[in-house]
Design a binder for this molecule. Structure first.
Ligand code: ADP
Ligand code: MG
Length: 277
């Protein structure tokens, strides 16, 4: 087996890389693919927390590199989905603990036995970024090897632009796509937020997903259960669609106004009904 290594990156922190990694990983695993998530970040909300696996970590990526355990021993299986496992981030702030070569070697080994290896990047164009990029490999199905996560806000877009510049200069990265997170249609309508088309135009990068702002994401993080598992959440559906696109399916982008429009219609109908009574 030769799996695909996809790096989830952004430039700016807090835009949703870890959320995206957890959700895409879970969705691909649910679709029957073998997935490993590699956490290279030491952020506030790490992948282990998002997956509810924080108490199950025995070894981290640094233990693998420093040969305190075998790679297999360090993989923590997801509680619900045996197709999904996590290689946890080292509990050290020392950024030199894992270098690009070492990460690449780990990715190369993991892709032998997995369909997807998703690398959750730390923010910032530094050692951490170079690390995460090193592992992204040639895809078999002409797919995205980097997903650039951004938000419709100037500083996030500027940082995404710099990351795209860097991805362009990396021979290993054959393709990359944009995931626009925390989109709020009501603010776009009132001209308080940049529209999806504007962001795509500024970055001139193809889209792989549009994820709405959804408070359910915060509660799902606290519960340690990715929102893709929630059939009713719009953000969950948006992430399931991203996974399908990664698998090569053509899925139309969600009309984020839809539920609002629908609710509005129902309210309208009730209002009319009341008026009649
Ligand atoms: P990063 O890994 O890029 O630093 P995270 O995935 O940790 O970003 O997300 C940062 C914060 O934003 C978290 O508290 C997360 O719950 C929240 N968040 C991410 N995406 C959304 C969304 N679509 N709607 C609401 N909150 C979100
Ligand atoms: Mg993160």
């Amino acid at each position: 087996m030769t799996g695909r290594v996809i790096v989830i990156t952004s430039g700016k922190g807090g835009v949703g890389k870890t959320t995206t990694s957890a959700n895409i990983g879970t969705a691909l695993a649910k679709a029957g693919y073998k997935v490993v998530l590699i956490d290279t970040d030491l952020g506030l909300r790490n992948l282990d927390l998002l997956l509810g696996l924080e108490n199950r970590i025995v070894y981290t990526i640094v233990d693998v590199i420093e040969e305190r355990c075998k790679l297999k021993q360090a993989l923590v299986k997801d509680k619900k989905n045996p197709n999904l496992s996590l290689l946890a981030a080292a509990q050290t702030r020392d950024k030199t603990a894992v270098n690009a070569e070492q990460l690449k070697e780990i990715c190369d080994t993991l892709k032998e036995e997995n369909d997807f290896v998703l690398v959750d990047c730390p923010a910032g164009i530094e050692q951490g970024f170079q690390n995460a990029v090193a592992g992204a490999s040639e895809a078999i199905i002409g797919a995205d090897k980097a997903i650039v996560v951004t938000m419709p806000e100037m500083s996030a877009i500027r940082d995404a632009d710099r990351i795209i510049g860097l991805l362009e200069s990396k021979e290993e990265i054959k393709s990359y796509k944009l995931l626009l997170n925390r989109v709020r249609p009501s603010l776009i309508k009132s001209n308080e937020m940049m529209g999806v088309d504007d962001v795509v135009e500024i970055l001139s990068c193809p889209l792989v997903g549009i994820i709405p702002e959804d408070t359910g994401i915060i509660t799902s993080t606290n519960k340690g259960e990715p929102i893709v598992n929630d059939e009713n959440a719009l953000a969950g559906k948006a992430y399931r669609n991203v996974a399908q696109r990664i698998l090569g399916e053509e899925v139309p982008f969600l009309d984020l106004d839809e539920p609002k429009g629908f609710m509005a219609k129902i309210k309208n109908a009730f209002a009319k009904l009341k008026a009649k009574v």
